[in-house]
Design a protein around this ligand. Structure first.
Ligand code: ARG
Length: 397
């Protein structure tokens, strides 16, 4: 019997795929990966069995996701097109890793996913699987069998596959501990402001508290390690910040995004914790990284964000760029205090044992130790090339 390992979410599409594969004679191994989406996955695993899976695995991958995927992206200030903190893009290579692991365990050389042909996720799944095990084949039934939403519903009704209530929502949602995305429905018309019911983690700015709230995030070598002076695991910090920043309406993104497959799409993201953490991290870097490194890293960050978005997580280039980033993070230790107010997180205080800010150099007051004579000579030499160029060429103009 042919074996196939299916990335199963419990939703309509992957349930229909599971049933279809089973009725075509495949032995289906469903894999559900917990990435902190705040949902009990065991009932969904039971459902996979009911719709034909031979076996269903629930993988608790939250820690792995945070340590191996979210952490390097924090250190890289990774945001696609400067706005999207890549939580979905980061999750696909991890899911692919578990698909490949289970495939090896059960002796399957086929994996399947429920992504459409229009998105980035198909690329991320398939490129990741190919990079991890080039001998495994990938099926994408929604794309390759043209399984439209209507056909899926029809098939589900005919075959007594329960249609989840949430599927009545007009939105397509993806969520994990690092953020939540909302697409489709009324959002497809760019002239519609996102309806409030698209949001779950954040409140509207005008309903946010009228009093600002101050929070202090402590970092150790570029990763958050404390909140308001309390040592915490990254997971707890993210969970608490999701609640606190969400309450202040922070981390709402409404953007037009350039997909890898060429489409421009309208994306709504809710990323309260990511927004606050990345703002604070970058602020601490501005204090602790020497200028050339700080500036050079910006270019690397852009490349890293694109590689992640484009599904190249398991590429030697990304691995090398991460090595660079990791090397830069040694001094990124300290604390940043942010003021949270009506949708904004503004750094207002910062401190670090590796602070490169020297008050005696920066000050305009008596205690100033900056060498003004050096400045004079420096400016002369800095401007010398332009001065010469001007002298030589002025006569021609
Ligand atoms: N546009 C984002 C990305 O490509 C989010 C995709 C959400 N995925 C989903 N299957 N709903 O990463």
């Amino acid at each position: 019997m042919k074996k196939v390992v299916l990335a199963y979410s419990g939703g309509l599409d992957t349930s229909v795929i599971c049933h279809m594969l089973a009725s075509q004679g495949y032995e289906v191994y469903a894999v559900l990966v917990d990435l902190g989406q705040g949902e009990d996955l065991q009932p969904l695993a039971d459902k996979a069995i009911r719709v034909g899976a031979q076996k269903a695995y629930v993988v608790d991958a939250v820690e792995e996701f945070l340590n191996e995927f979210v952490s390097p992206s924090i250190r890289s200030n990774a945001k696609y097109e400067g706005k999207y903190p890549l939580f979905t893009a980061l999750s696909r290579p991890l899911i692919a890793k578990h698909l490949v692991r289970v495939a090896r365990e059960v002796g399957a050389d086929l994996v399947a996913h429920g992504s459409t042909g229009k998105g980035n996720d198909q690329v991320r799944f398939e490129v990741s699987v190919a990079a991890l095990d080039p001998d495994i084949q990938v099926m994408a039934p929604v794309r390759d069998w043209k399984l439209t939403r209507d056909r899926a519903i029809e098939y589900a009704q005919k075959n007594e596959i329960p249609i989840p209530v949430t599927k009545k929502s007009p939105y397509s949602i993806d969520e994990n501990i690092w953020g939540r995305s909302v697409e489709c429905g009324p959002l497809e018309n760019l002239m519609n402001e996102p309806p409030e019911d698209a949001y779950k983690l954040t409140c509207s700015h005008h309903l946010a508290p009228d009093e600002p709230e101050y929070i202090t995030i402590g970092f150790s070598e570029g990763l958050p390690t404390s909140l308001n002076g309390e040592k915490l695991e990254l997971r707890q910090i993210i969970e608490r910040l999701t609640e606190i920043a969400g309450r202040h309406g922070i981390g709402r993104v409404d953007m037009i995004e350039s997909r890898l497959v060429g489409i421009k799409s309208r994306e709504i993201y809710e990323v309260p914790a990511a927004e606050v953490i990345l703002v604070a991290h970058e602020d601490l870097e501005s204090l602790t990284l020497e200028r050339d490194t700080f500036h050079y890293k910006k270019k690397v960050e852009q490349d890293i964000s694109e590689l992640i978005y484009y599904g190249k997580w398991y590429s030697p280039l990304l691995e090398s760029l991460f090595a660079f980033v990791e090397r830069t993070q040694k001094p990124v230790t300290g604390e940043v205090t942010l003021k949270l107010y009506k949708g904004k997180a503004i750094p207002v205080k910062r401190s670090s044992p590796h602070s490169l800010y020297l008050e005696e150099l920066a000050t305009y007051e008596e205690k100033d130790q900056f060498s003004h004579e050096d400045a004079r000579g420096f400016v002369n030499l800095w401007g010398l090339p332009l001065k010469i160029f001007s002298k030589v060429n002025r006569k021609e103009d």
